[in-house]
Ligand binder design. Structure first.
Ligand code: PLP
Length: 386
């Protein structure tokens, strides 16, 4: 957390037994990966969301890299994903030599516009990677149907999407593979942390091998083979059980965490609706097919200048609000590799989206202060900016 601000953008929340479980892991004398707490967390997610196989990783970035290995992504393969996303969504596949084909966002939401995907599919396309921005589901029926029609794999970047649903189905349970994040800015956290979810049976065995340095060690410890060795490529993707112990305390309190986040989200919505009604900002759109998991609250400003002015005003009042995602097709690393198509909606969100402080311990008083500042600033000098 950034201690420079009275109201930081994020503040990691300890929900209760984190330190207790971490010390238990140490006292058990078993702190390597895939020990007691790791298995408890796997079990929790498999039971609650019906995920076929969960594997904790040291980050969502790692889970995405495992997905790229599992899909045997090679030089020249094409992977379709939104441009308005975090670097890791693309980087995981670029590491294996893939060419990224960016799809534009919807005009009213940062999620990828699924009606644009089919035109981007070629003989070299291997996978589609939808990102459920702010925990809001992409239209998965359309994506899965295209994947079936063209024989493609689907990897859900569900980094922000824990405990959210598409037409009643948990996000992360729909694609062949899915990746979650437990980075300290997400709903439930372990500092750094992530999870690969394997929903397609035929990837399960190899996923465990890639997870454990290319060895069949997991099946050895279950007594399925009598010795273990190097059987495939892989890396060290599993976190220490101390990290899993921290995370277990978080998952135990998931419902409480979600309840508080919902209150915060609804406070922002209610307080800022008058501004949206006057047309000076836009609020998150409600899409029919999806729940909200209260991962973040953002507003859409009328211009980049107005957004900068708001950030500055909040900063002067010791409040940190942030913007993010320079469209990846315009990033220093990928702009020369991009095929040149304009992605106007992605650019629109790059310039105008503003994330407000959002964390469990944000008080009603904090929320009042933030929203009053926003309302006042549109009553005075910024009203005439555009
Ligand atoms: C946070 C995030 C990631 C990366 O997660 P890490 O756990 O930090 O690796 C990837 N994609 C999206 C959409 C994210 O929000």
């Amino acid at each position: 957390m950034d201690r420079k601000y009275a109201i930081p953008f994020n503040k990691p929340y300890m929900s209760g037994k984190e330190l207790h479980y971490m010390s238990q892991a140490v006292l058990y004398g078993e702190i390597k990966g895939n020990s007691r707490f790791t298995q408890k967390v796997h079990h929790f997610f498999q039971e609650k969301y019906g995920f076929k196989k969960c594997l904790l990783t040291t980050s969502c970035t790692d889970a995405l890299e495992m997905a790229a290995l599992l899909l045997d992504i090679k030089e020249g393969d094409e992977v379709i994903m939104p441009s308005y996303t975090f670097v890791s969504t693309a980087n995981a596949f670029v590491l294996r030599g893939a060419k990224i084909v960016f799809a534009d966002s919807l005009s009213n939401h940062p999620n990828m516009d699924v009606s644009k995907i089919e035109d981007l599919i070629t003989a070299r396309t291997k996978a589609i990677v939808p990102v459920h921005y702010a925990g809001v589901a992409c239209d998965m029926d359309v994506i899965m149907q295209l994947a079936g029609k063209y024989g493609l794999f689907v990897v859900e970047d569900a980094a922000q999407a824990i405990d959210s649903y598409y037409k009643g189905r948990p996000l992360g349970s729909i694609g062949h593979l899915s990746a979650f994040s437990f980075h300290e800015t997400k709903n439930i956290i372990s500092g750094e942390g992530g999870m690969l979810v394997v929903n397609d049976d035929h990837f399960i065995e190899r996923a465990e091998i890639i997870w454990e340095k290319g060895t069949n060690r997991a099946s050895f410890f279950r007594g399925e083979v009598d010795k273990y060795g190097w059987v495939d490529i892989g890396s060290s993707y599993l976190p220490s059980d101390i990290i899993a112990a921290f995370l277990y305390a978080q998952v135990e309190n998931l419902d409480d965490i979600q309840k508080r986040r919902k209150e915060i989200w609804n406070f922002y919505l209610q307080a800022l609706t008058p501004l949206a009604n006057r047309g000076v900002i836009k609020l998150p759109e409600k899409l029919d097919h999806t729940t909200n998991n209260y991962h973040m609250f953002y507003v859409i400003c009328r211009s980049i200048e107005e957004r900068s002015a708001i950030i500055k005003l909040l900063k002067e009042n010791s409040i940190l609000a942030v913007f993010h995602y320079i469209s990846l097709h315009k990033s220093p690393y990928y702009q020369d590799k991009h095929d040149g198509r304009n992605l106007v909606n992605s650019d629109y969100f790059t310039d105008r989206l503003l994330r407000l402080p959002f964390y469990y311990e944000l008080t009603e008083e904090n929320l009042q202060k933030i929203t009053t500042l926003l309302i006042n600033c549109f009553q005075s000098k910024y009203e005439t900016i555009s």
